[in-house]
Design a protein. Structure first.
Length: 277
């Protein structure tokens, strides 16, 4: 069976999952397309992904950067905190991965869920995600207007992505959970020191993001996760390429960093989880 047909069958089997981002009406499966009662239609491509945007959005997430991210994540860069997230999941979970990038974390978490959907605003990211050998469904979509029906999911994974919490609550069923990964000040600290010594960018805080989340969900649990990721020179170069932290760095400092690859990179994050009433 071709991939487009397999994904179309999975979408049809999921029931009322997608909603039209234009009018909000439920989208129903029509062959290898999704259509609403008001005439909007969204076609699956040959990899079984679907684009819900009216026009392409230019992002800095190009194919080379995304390919580097895929190699780094395949090597296990996110594995410790993905394993922690997976431990909190159940076989009947319906998972939505917010800002899924090239889809590697979605595919990993999908193994623990009944259904998994990943979306990103970057079409090149979803192109790569569609090539994965995974049961997860992938689409191009806008965080501000999620193309999903109310109460469609019971788990949201948010890894380093912005939060649109009103939309999260809309698409989550009662009792649904949000699992959010927030980077701490020690995340990629070696790169900050090497590229921005003496500048404001050398120091980093996500306190406002965390405080906002906890103010909205005061009963959340917070789990610190820290580790050092051993990397080869090739993987180090991929880490430098994949992180936005390095993109605005002076060319000479970036070149010097790549000429002297570090043997390991520090990962310092928190897994913040909450249950929606």
């Amino acid at each position: 069976m071709r991939k487009i047909e397999a994904k179309a069958q999975a979408i049809a089997a999921a029931g009322t999952l997608f909603a039209c981002p234009v009018c909000g009406e439920n989208l129903v499966s029509v062959g290898t397309s999704l259509a609403c009662a008001n005439g909007q239609r969204y076609d699956l491509n040959k990899k079984g992904t679907v684009n819900f945007l009216n026009a392409p959005v230019n992002t800095e997430y190009g194919e080379e950067m995304l390919a580097a991210r895929r190699r780094v994540l395949d090597a296990g860069f996110f594995s410790p905190f993905l394993n922690e997230m997976a431990r909190e999941m159940h076989p009947d979970d319906r998972l939505l991965d917010i800002g899924c990038g090239e889809g590697t974390p979605t595919a990993r978490l999908a193994k623990k869920a009944e259904l998994a959907v990943g979306f990103d605003i970057s079409a090149p990211a979803i192109k790569l995600a569609g090539a994965l050998d995974s049961d997860a469904l992938f689409c191009v979509a806008d965080l501000a207007r999620l193309p999903f029906a109310d109460n469609s999911f019971n788990v949201i994974a948010d890894i380093f992505s912005p939060g649109a919490y009103a939309e999260f609550e809309r698409v989550l069923a009662p009792g649904g959970r949000i699992m959010k990964i927030i980077p701490n000040s020690g995340y990629l600290c070696e790169l900050r020191h090497a590229l921005y010594a003496g500048e404001d960018k050398e120091h980093y805080s996500n306190a406002k993001v965390k405080d906002h989340f906890l103010a909205r969900y005061p009963d959340s649990t917070v789990t610190p996760i820290t580790y050092d990721f051993d990397c080869t020179p090739a993987l180090f170069a991929d880490i430098v390429q994949m992180t936005p932290l390095t993109w605005q760095a002076p060319a000479d400092k970036r070149a010097d960093l790549l000429a002297h690859p570090l043997p390991s990179i520090h990962v310092d994050v928190e897994l913040v989880t909450t249950t929606i009433a």
